[in-house]
Design a protein around this ligand. Structure first.
Ligand code: GLU
Length: 333
């Protein structure tokens, strides 16, 4: 399987057809500079290849469905000049698609109910994957029907997907990321059986993203490199659901001056402040492109002007995380 995946991805990235990319923001806060950078690269990649882009609002979590953030995200993308061709599509409107995928996996005998509490999963002794999620020890994998019935009476179950054993021929997933190159992951060792639906009934990100990318015809996924380790889980799901593999490109993260990852919750370098400091999308995008190697200098440039000089080699040449501190507002603007 691994070699087949590598070939599939290389072929995709050279594909003769116009690419379809996507913006997939979670409306959990105002966009920050890191989100702007990832969105910009996703947009430049498809626009420079005459492709199209779809906008999907990742609002699976009900807490994100009624806040002000969806409208602000849309306004911010428009202000930046990052126009999309389809959408916005909201995940909250697509529950039946995720339900159908769960039923498909259930019929394949690959799901089981999990009753572990958060505290049990996050126990200090539990090994954790590089993205911070605990590697599942398989505690509920072998429960008898009677044990499941007893536990169901006490608390609702989450649903987990079995991953192949390490020595299984499908146990290692390999792919070529357009920025980070060849990557391989042993699912059993590096994530274990993973959630496809939480105990509160919310479908897991990994499941929804795979269903949506395929259903929306996405051929290339471009996003922040904090999600690089999710690719093998997503490819495993694509195989089980007989869905195609898009190509993957993970862009460097932007970190705050003290080295912290930018966060929507902390309102780090968010769009409100950025609009205030830069005053125009051209000033902001030109500065960001110059600082991250997408342009030779930081002079003002529109998204369309950046598309004319975009190349993935520029992203690859600057693939370390960028530590940026936006300058103070310019006098006289
Ligand atoms: N919704 C995720 C976010 O806003 C991105 C998911 C993805 O691109 O696959 O961070």
């Amino acid at each position: 399987m691994s070699e087949q995946h590598i070939e599939a991805n290389v072929a995709d990235s050279k594909g003769a057809h116009a690419p379809v990319g996507r913006f997939a923001p979670s409306p959990s806060g105002r966009m920050h500079l890191g989100n702007v950078f990832a969105s910009l690269v996703a947009w430049l990649s498809v626009r420079s290849a005459s492709g199209k882009i779809v906008l999907r609002i990742e609002d699976l979590d009900p807490r994100t469905q009624h806040g002000p953030w969806t409208e602000l995200l849309i306004d911010d993308l428009r202000w930046l000049g990052l126009e999309w061709d389809e959408g916005p599509v909201r995940q909250s409107d697509r529950m039946e698609l995720y339900h159908a995928a769960i039923e498909n996996l259930r019929e394949q005998g690959l799901l089981y109910p999990c009753f572990c509490t958060r505290a049990e999963l996050h126990a200090a002794s539990a090994p954790h994957a590089s993205d911070g999620t605990p590697i599942y020890a398989g505690t509920c994998r072998g429960l008898s029907a009677q044990e499941v019935a007893e536990r169901s009476r006490r608390r609702p179950a989450a649903l987990r997907l079995r991953v192949p054993a390490e020595n299984d021929r499908d146990g290692t997933i390999s792919f070529v990321d357009r920025v980070f190159g060849l990557r391989s992951e042993v699912l059993e060792r590096e994530c274990g059986d993973f959630l496809v639906r939480r105990s509160d009934g919310i479908y897991a990100y990994q499941l929804a993203v795979v269903v949506d990318d395929s259903e929306m015809g996405v051929t290339e996924v471009v996003r922040g490199c904090d999600l690089l380790d999710s690719v093998p889980r997503q490819m495993y799901l694509q195989d089980l659901l007989s869905l195609p593999h898009p190509s993957y490109a993970h862009v460097p993260l932007l970190v705050a001056a003290d080295g912290r990852r930018l966060s929507k919750r902390d309102r780090d370098l968010d769009m409100e402040g950025l609009m205030d400091r830069f005053g125009s999308p051209e000033r902001l995008l030109g500065w960001l492109a110059g600082m991250t190697g997408l342009a030779p200098d930081t002079s003002p440039r529109s998204a369309s002007q950046l598309a004319e000089i975009f190349s993935w080699d520029l992203v690859r040449a600057h693939r370390e995380n960028h530590c940026l501190d936006a300058p103070e507002p310019q006098a006289g603007r």
